[in-house]
Design a protein around this ligand. Structure first.
Ligand code: HEC
Length: 102
């Protein structure tokens, strides 16, 4: 029984690490924020409607926090280290302009 528990815990951890790991996605230089969002983010963040990409908590509803979130990731969200500079700017603008704040 102990062994089985260990195996279960180990595979649960692997799933967590798999999700929290970084992504190598690099946006094309001319990609719009919308394009980047649909390529990199909609796998998990399904847009709620044509104009609402995400629902943001109040403390994340600013550009710096959004950029920090996708570049740094979290336990359950992968880090996108290759979305930098102007691409990061455009993506954060898009998310901010197309989100509802809860
Ligand atoms: C593998 C799934 C996954 C992908 C891909 C993903 N996210 Fe997330 N994201 C999550 C999860 C799960 C959360 C909620 C947990 C958390 O905040 O850490 C989250 C939370 C967020 C939040 C904070 C929302 C809030 O109100 O707290 C932002 C902003 C965000 N994601 C932006 C993005 C952007 C932009 C991309 C694309 C570059 C992206 N995410 C790609 C899974 C993902």
């Amino acid at each position: 029984m102990k062994k089985l528990n260990f195996a279960l815990t180990a595979s649960a951890l692997l799933v967590l690490v798999g999700c929290g790991g970084g992504r190598d996605y690099t946006p094309p230089a001319d990609a719009t924020g919308e394009k980047i969002f649909s390529s990199a983010c909609t796998e998990c963040h399904k847009p709620l409607s044509a104009n609402v990409a995400m629902i943001l908590s109040e403390n994340v509803a600013n550009k710096e926090a959004i950029i920090k979130k996708f570049q740094g990731g979290s336990m359950r969200m992968p880090a996108f280290k290759n979305i930098q500079g102007e691409s990061a700017d455009r993506l954060a603008d898009y998310v901010l302009a197309n989100s509802q704040v809860k």
